[in-house]
Design a protein around this ligand. Structure first.
Ligand code: PEP
Ligand code: MN
Length: 352
């Protein structure tokens, strides 16, 4: 739309887009509003749209992903995790990620019990993490491995997050879990194995909670952005991409963190991107180097697994960092972030 177009004209164009069978998505910038018209191909009449009052130009976005693309939203998106009141009535801090804001998400792979969770959460918070992670439904290769404690573990996550002032990020594995989890969590994690579970993407897209979308083990950047599009097209703008390593022929590590995907995704998309060096490495010795490289390549933060007794961990012990190692790494990550014009957010602002 032309700069300073009145709201009524924007609404008229939005209504016209709806009448033609598409959905309008507004991106309000400093000077102008961009209206994304998303629907099935061939249903819109660009010439008609161009003739409407206030329309400056009509640009067909040729990229497969539309709402995730830089064409739709030129500036980096800054998403928020948390905010509002938690299920237990405690104000949940709001943590920013994207643009110049880097986030540190950390915690155990799986929530094993309340005591271990509280202990690890205190360690990671004291080291500078602002969002707490912890799995309650675990996607395990074997059905006989520990599958997570489900709802009780979600309660422990919520209570610990509330106590320490940290929003919580928890993996959702199934559409049937979304309704219950929405009450507890601040951020849904979509695991690598579910990146193309389109029903699940649509379902979290209907909520207004942040969504950490991991890249699939064998997905291209294009596939990954199209998965983000599933969430965005339902009206949920809070998508955070997460590069967690892809399958390559290299077998000295678990997966290969695709450093190149960081600038590639940043060129194609305005969405924030964090890296998960823990699942890429699979071994704690390599987590630090990969994390630093990812930040240097422009990531907006990290999600890292930490355990004070990794040999006893029920899941992913070999890749868990000891609390003191995590603390030392956070110091280095902050320094690298500064070089790329980013800053790790301090404890979140209280909202609610
Ligand atoms: C996890 O975060 O614990 C996890 C299972 O991650 P991914 O989906 O990347 O394997
Ligand atoms: Mn894990």
């Amino acid at each position: 739309m032309q700069p300073h177009t009145p709201a009524e004209a924007i609404e008229r164009v939005s209504n016209e887009i709806k009448r033609m069978g598409s959905t309008p998505h507004l991106s309000t910038g400093q000077f102008r509003t961009v209206i994304g018209a998303v629907g099935e191909e061939g249903t819109l009449d660009p010439q008609h749209l161009a003739s409407l009052e206030g329309v400056e130009k009509v640009v067909p976005i040729m990229k497969p992903s539309k709402l995730a693309s830089r064409e739709f939203h030129e500036d980096d998106t800054v998403d928020t995790i948390g905010g509002g009141k938690s299920l237990f009535g405690t104000p949940s801090p709001e943590v920013k990620v994207g643009g110049t804001h880097a986030v540190s998400i950390a915690g155990p792979c799986a929530v094993e019990n309340e005591q271990m969770l509280t202990k690890i959460a205190r360690h990671v918070r004291d080291a500078g993490a602002t969002v707490l992670r912890g799995g309650v439904y675990k996607p395990r290769t074997s059905p006989y491995s520990f599958q997570g404690h489900g709802e009780p573990a979600m309660k422990w996550m919520r209570a610990t997050g509330d106590e320490l002032g940290m929003p919580i990020c928890v993996e959702v594995m199934d559409t049937r879990q979304v309704e219950l989890m929405e009450k507890y969590v601040d951020c849904f994690q979509i695991g690598a194995r579910n990146m193309q579970n389109f029903d699940l993407l649509r379902e979290v897209g209907k909520t207004r909670k942040a969504v950490l979308l991991k890249r699939g083990l064998a997905a291209t950047v294009k596939d990954w952005l199209l998965s983000a599009e599933y969430v965005l097209s339902q009206g949920n703008r809070k998508v955070i991409l997460c590069e967690r390593g892809i399958k390559t022929f290299e077998d000295s590590i678990r997966y290969t963190l695709d450093i190149t995907s960081i600038p590639v995704a940043a060129q194609l998309s305005h969405l924030p991107l964090v890296i998960d060096p823990s699942h890429a490495a699979g071994k704690r010795d390599f987590v630090g180097a990969i994390a630093l490289a990812g930040m240097a390549a422009g990531a907006h933060g990290t999600i890292i697994e930490v355990h004070y007794n990794p040999s006893e961990a029920q899941c992913d012990g070999p890749q868990a960092l000891l609390p003191e190692t995590f603390k030392a790494l956070m110091g280095k990550l902050k320094a690298i972030a500064a070089v790329t014009g980013k800053e790790f957010v301090e404890a979140g602002e209280l909202v609610g």
